[in-house]
Design a protein around this ligand. Structure first.
Ligand SMILES: *[C@@H]1O[C@H](CO)[C@@H](O)[C@H](O)[C@H]1NC(C)=O
Length: 343
């Protein structure tokens, strides 16, 4: 929690915006919640001392306003054919109303703003953008989404863009962005299959995203080549960073595999095996480059310079947070399977 009254206020209204849109029973209420949420995130992002922050907040503002106005327009248009702003829709409106929500959450063909915005943000805001900001659009989409060609193409594009976009990135923020686009695709699958599945996925994904961000922030690394330059004492930090990154990539012994496993199983049970195949193959591709960047750091013979930049001196609390979160990410899958087998 930041020690700054303005930020505390804005964080509170940000979360209450999410709650308003998630719990409203009409589209106007949902739109209002989204707007409260946006209007509290913008001032959180901008920082006069950093022009990248300002640029990112402007980009984000324009894109989100485009999405909100489109949503409002479509919701109002809906009242011409169906009465009132009820959430249940009939006939052909659902997929159209989905589009602005997809833009808000950054799913594939509408993801273009996402990397640019993330690149200019502080790590805390990156974490917010990847987790809290996705909650309300995705939740609203659960009223509309159904298994059809439109949903399929969005999901496939999201996972493919997530896999290919991250391939040659050196910036940690870009890698996290493409991973977030990819996870949005997976969350859409979960949403189309069942809502509780989505809840599990979203909870685990948010935990892991926060874990990765806190570990990365602790080691003060913005680009992957900087991981080679951290000093000997930073071994634990490196370990935390890469295990949580691999966990986010869904490598089996870690927690990130749990939602992936559950969703693959649900997809096969719903006879979506062909799609499961494609989606798993793209996730294999991403695991390749996650492994590529962690491999050299994990090796005993990895090079470590004798003298180098000092790791930023950290507060003890952020150390403990990162350690606690990454131990959750490392042992979570084992714990969950044990608990599931006891009952
Ligand atoms: C996309 O999500 C899947 C499932 O969690 C994961 O296996 C894969 O590694 C992810 N890709 C990226 C780029 O994070």
């Amino acid at each position: 929690m930041p020690n700054n009254p303005t930020k505390i206020l804005l964080l509170t209204t940000l979360v209450s915006g999410v709650l308003v849109s998630v719990s409203s029973n009409s589209w106007l209420g949902a739109w209002m919640g989204l707007e409260i949420n946006l209007m509290s995130f913008i001032p959180l992002m901008s920082n006069i001392k950093n022009m990248y922050n300002t640029e990112a907040s402007l980009k984000y503002f324009i894109v989100q306003v485009l999405a909100s106005t489109t949503l409002l327009f479509m919701v109002v248009m809906k009242t011409l054919t169906e009465d009132l702003f009820t959430l249940e829709s009939t006939a052909y409106t659902p997929m159209i109303i989905c589009t602005p929500l997809l833009l808000k959450s950054g799913a594939a063909p509408l993801h273009w703003w996402f990397p640019g915005v993330m690149e200019g943000l502080s790590w805390e805001n990156c974490a917010l953008l990847m987790t809290v900001q996705k909650a309300s659009p995705l939740m609203l989409m659960s009223y509309l989404i159904e298994i059809n060609m439109f949903t399929f193409s969005i999901i496939l594009m999201s996972t493919i863009v997530g896999a290919i976009g991250g391939l040659n990135q050196t910036s940690m923020r870009k890698i996290l962005t493409y991973s977030s686009i990819n996870h949005t695709g997976w969350m859409l699958i979960a949403l189309a299959l069942s809502e509780s599945l989505w809840t599990v996925y979203f909870a685990v994904y948010s935990t892991l995203a926060v874990t990765v961000v806190s570990a990365i922030k602790l080691s003060g690394v913005s680009f992957i080549n900087q991981t080679m330059m951290t000093n000997k004492e930073a071994t634990l930090m490196k370990f935390m960073m890469f295990t949580s990154l691999l966990s986010l990539g869904g490598l089996p012994p870690f927690l990130g595999f749990l939602p992936k496993w559950v969703i693959i199983q649900a997809m096969i049970m719903n006879s979506l095996a062909p799609m499961a195949t494609i989606v798993v193959v793209t996730s294999l591709m991403t695991l390749y480059y996650y492994l590529k960047i962690s491999y050299s750091s994990f090796m005993i013979l990895s090079t470590e310079p004798k003298w180098n930049m000092k790791a930023p001196s950290n507060k003890k609390t952020s150390n403990i947070t990162a350690l606690a979160l990454s131990s959750i990410s490392m042992t979570g899958l084992a714990a969950c399977t044990i608990i599931a087998n006891i009952y």
